[in-house]
Design a protein around this ligand. Structure first.
Ligand SMILES: C[S@@+](CC[C@H](N)C(=O)[O-])C[C@H]1O[C@@H](n2cnc3c(N)ncnc32)[C@H](O)[C@@H]1O
Length: 366
């Protein structure tokens, strides 16, 4: 267990959170000396790596900070205006392990459930790529939607590193969302229906839902916090239907509709589905595709980690496939690549692998 925390500490450091990097190293040492964190984590010694125990623990801690139940820690957590000094944070965190073991142990049951707004850059950019200059009204469906924030992706502002802008002025300003614009002249996209599914949907418009979504963002990642908070404001204005449902069951109920482009998209979800559900999902997507017509086209967009070569490193690729009356129009095209949190996207063929494969494990961003 201590080793898992050390691995996650290095990953947090590498992914831009020195605050969690230092704190998770302290917790690893505390576990080895049978300190108060070990008591909170009792029973989880054999949890599998990808269940990300360290992130679940820090999510539980951050949730107490956000809900006002850990004021001594709040003085140090940058997400609530604290000093961001992990060395000064540690004594208060160790005290919390002693004083709130039951609350923290209960929090360990929440899987790290991010709703990363930066991934809208990949998903919505792909939609602009395939929608063409005069797109049909869009019916948007998302599996593993978490809080459904990216179902409002058309209400965000996107900027490209070469100085262009797309979308309305918005509390979510993704800058740069893209290295270059997705297509030379994207037409306006009108989303007329927004529906999502998740095993455990979170309502971002409630105080508890907002705290839960925020708790899984690392507290010193100011850009991610800013876009999450912006998206929660947008969520209050544009309602979506979120169902408690498996990905495959949700897709089974989707049909193309005349006069609309039906879009199914997802980001960083496939790794959580078992083999049987993955097969059922692929069958469901093909079924919708074969029911598509020229009047009722269908597109499947994804932003998921994949290997370009057998045994190669996992890369976060933006892909799209489209169907119309002529059957499948575009086969699993790789449109571009982005960092794990979705921005900035580099459009075009991904570069060949240059780095060694990373081992599977809890260092995956959720
Ligand atoms: C890492 S989060 C990603 C959320 C969001 N798509 C994003 O990119 O920010 C994975 C989400 O998938 C959901 N999930 C996991 N297994 C699922 C399943 N079998 N069916 C539907 N949702 C699932 C989880 O509850 C979680 O909200």
């Amino acid at each position: 267990m201590a080793e898992m925390f050390q691995i996650q500490a290095s990953a947090c450091d590498a992914l831009g959170s020195r605050f969690y990097g230092v704190l998770l190293q302290r917790i690893a040492k505390d576990i080895l000396s049978d300190g108060p964190s070990a008591a909170v984590l009792a029973g989880h010694e054999d949890d599998p790596g990808p269940s990300a125990l360290a992130l679940r623990l820090m999510g539980a801690v951050h949730y107490l900070v956000l809900t006002g139940d850990a004021p001594d820690l709040a003085a140090h957590f940058p997400s609530v205006g604290g000093d961001g000094d992990p060395v000064r944070t540690w004594p208060a965190l160790r005290d919390l392990f002693r004083t709130a073991p039951l609350e923290l142990a209960a929090g360990l049951h929440h899987a790290p459930q991010t709703n990363e707004v930066g991934r809208a850059a990949a998903l919505f950019g792909a939609l602009l790529h395939i929608a063409g200059p005069d797109p049909l009204p869009v019916r948007l469906f998302e599996i593993g939607a978490s809080g459904g924030l990216n179902l409002r992706a058309d209400r965000f502002c996107y900027r490209s590193a070469d100085g262009h802008r797309y979308g309305p002025l918005s509390p979510v300003d993704l800058d740069p969302a893209w290295m270059t614009m997705p297509v030379s002249a994207p037409g306006p996209v009108h989303v007329v229906e927004r529906r999502g599914a998740d095993l455990a949907p979170i309502d971002p418009t409630t105080p508890d839902g907002a705290a839960r979504l925020t708790s899984f963002v690392w507290p010193d990642q100011a850009d991610r916090l800013r876009r999450l908070r912006g998206a929660m404001l947008v969520a209050g204005q544009y309602p979506v239907r979120l169902e408690t449902c498996t990905a495959a069951a949700f897709v089974d109920a989707i049909e193309p509709v005349d006069g609309h482009l039906t879009v199914l998209w997802h980001s960083v979800v496939l790794q959580y589905l078992d083999a049987a559900e993955k097969v059922r999902l692929a069958d469901g997507i093909n079924r919708i595709g074969s029911a598509a017509t020229d009047l009722a086209p269908f597109a499947h967009i994804s932003f998921e980690p994949r290997r370009l070569t057998a045994g190669g490193v996992r890369r976060y690729l933006v892909t799209a496939e489209t169907w119309s009356g002529h059957g499948k129009v575009a086969e699993h095209t790789i449109l571009g690549e982005a960092p794990a949190h979705g921005m900035p996207v580099t459009w075009g063929e991904p570069r060949p692998d240059r780095v060694r494969p990373a081992p599977d494990g809890p260092q995956w961003p959720a």
